[in-house]
Ligand binder design. Structure first.
Ligand code: AMP
Ligand code: ZN
Length: 457
């Protein structure tokens, strides 16, 4: 399979040892409801995992839950996002993170996002992080200042390779500089926290909490070892969080830990940024309240390649809803047909589908192939069965058509089979009588060559 590697800026043919893909995905910071932009990043993760499986690979995946350490700015300024929300809502930070973690899982479930093999909460891995920092300290990559232990990026000559940052250009993405830092891009590994902080732990350097970036390096290594095949995340993580992860992990191991970095572009709203202040930040619940199903939103995501920004509008969501409904109707018609399809034709479609998903996860192309299959081929159960195979990747619940269209009762199928016999024997009167009976019971029969299709009136 070929994937675009953000580190080399080109598509690469990836080889996986023992057919196993070790994959890490940066998870949510659980201080608020996930928005539909966040969920785009996890729909991408899901499509990637399922495409790899479709192509015969096994996956060992990790998704972290950031329930401590993510400060208001990604560059280590301000308060911890969860502590801040806990203060605002006058709740315990653990209560906050538990509540929003469950909201995230609920959204994943509704969007048919399969959770990776390991869900790793930062607060449950503090010791792993401390050990990781101790190792970096031993190797000379850290220094201590008043507010914490920092990573010294000048000791890691490769710093900035992922996003091509100009290290001498001061202040990029850095809100405020801490004058004690050796370099503005140095980042915190262990942050000392005031006494009133609720989330705090003892460490060889004093009481504090881990920096945000260290959790992904430490938990990635714990579950996947020092060689990770694919690391995913939203594009906003590329220039800070992932640069810092690379610095920590590669400095500790002395070699490149992650082979391929894959980044999802942003979901925008009406062509602009989605933000609370603009009032255009939507959650899945809000879409449901407006009459859309989570899978309408999932379908919408399938139409844009993950490396292109996706412009969310209600018009396009509506178009997706209509399209998904027609797709299901066509699927239903194939399901209820008794015709067969040539195996070679089916194999061709399967090959096209596989080629599309193997080419840097070209899901929009794969969707085009699905439409062609359903529209151009004669209605047949074989087509439906192939569609179900494709749905293992797409996850549009194409096996649950009963929700939308009633199954054809056995009685009608028996009548239709009887009519087919009469028709083939050219017993036209009998055949017409049977058609009338079928119609009187609310079904229409459409002849297709020697076969037929039953539709509900
Ligand atoms: P956070 O909870 O802020 O750590 O974000 C969780 C994931 O959502 C990260 O991978 C982000 O890069 C991603 N993300 C945030 N906003 C958007 C957006 N508008 N579109 C797509 N992905 C996003
Ligand atoms: Zn991360």
């Amino acid at each position: 399979m070929k994937f675009y590697n953000s580190l080399t800026n080109k598509k690469e043919n990836l080889k996986f040892e023992n057919n196993l893909v070790k994959m890490y995905t940066c998870g949510p910071t659980v201080y608020y409801y996930p928005h539909i932009g966040n969920m785009r990043a996890y729909i991408f993760m899901d499509l990637l995992r399922k495409s790899l499986k479709f192509c015969g690979y096994e996956i060992n995946g990790v998704l972290n839950i950031t329930d401590v350490g993510h400060l208001v700015s990604d560059a280590d300024e301000g308060e911890d996002k969860i502590e801040l929300m806990a203060k605002k809502e006058k709740k315990d930070p653990y209560e906050i993170s538990k509540f929003y973690t469950n909201c995230f899982f609920e959204d994943c479930k509704r969007l048919n996002i399969e959770l990776p093999e390991h869900i790793a909460k930062a607060t449950e891995h503090i010791n792993d992080m401390i050990e990781f920092i101790k190792d970096l300290e031993k190797k000379g990559y850290t220094y201590k200042i008043d507010d914490g232990i920092y990573f010294d990026i000048k000791k890691f000559p490769n710093y900035g390779a992922l996003s091509g940052i100009d290290l001498d250009k001061k202040g990029i993405n850095r809100i405020e500089e801490n004058p004690q830092k050796h370099h503005p891009f140095d980042f915190v590994l262990w942050k000392f926290v005031p006494k009133e902080h609720i989330m705090k732990w003892d460490s060889p350097w004093g009481i504090g909490c881990p920096g945000w970036h260290i959790e992904c390096s430490a938990m990635g290594e714990k579950y996947l070892g020092d060689k990770i095949d694919i690391h995913t995340g939203g594009i906003d993580h590329k220039s800070i969080h992932h640069e810092n992860e690379i610095a920590q992990s590669d400095a500790k191991e002395g070699h490149k830990v992650v082979k391929c970095w894959m980044h999802t572009e942003f979901l925008q709203v009406n062509g602009g940024k989605m933000s609370k202040s603009l009032g255009n930040l939507y959650t899945l619940d809000q879409l449901i309240e407006k009459g859309y199903s989570p899978l309408d939103f999932r379908y919408m995501n399938l139409l844009t390649h993950y490396r292109k920004s996706l412009n969310f509008t209600f018009d396009s969501l509506n178009a997706s809803k209509v399209a998904l409904k027609s797709l299901k109707k066509l699927a239903f018609e194939h399901k209820n047909s008794t015709s067969l399809t040539d195996k070679n034709i089916l194999a061709k479609y399967e090959e096209f589908f596989k080629n599309a998903i193997s080419d840097d996860l070209n899901i929009p192309l794969a969707i085009g192939i699905v439409w062609k299959l359903l529209k151009n081929e004669t209605k047949s159960k074989d087509v439906y069965n192939l569609l179900l195979k494709f749905d293992k990747v797409l996850s549009l619940d194409l096996d649950k058509l009963e929700e939308y269209y009633e199954e054809i009762p056995d009685e009608i199928i028996k009548l239709a089979e009887l009519r087919k016999k009469e028709r083939l024997a050219k017993n036209w009167t009998e055949s017409d009588n049977l058609r009338n009976i079928i119609e009187s019971k609310g079904y229409i029969i459409k002849d297709i060559k020697e076969n037929y299709e039953i539709l509900k009136k």
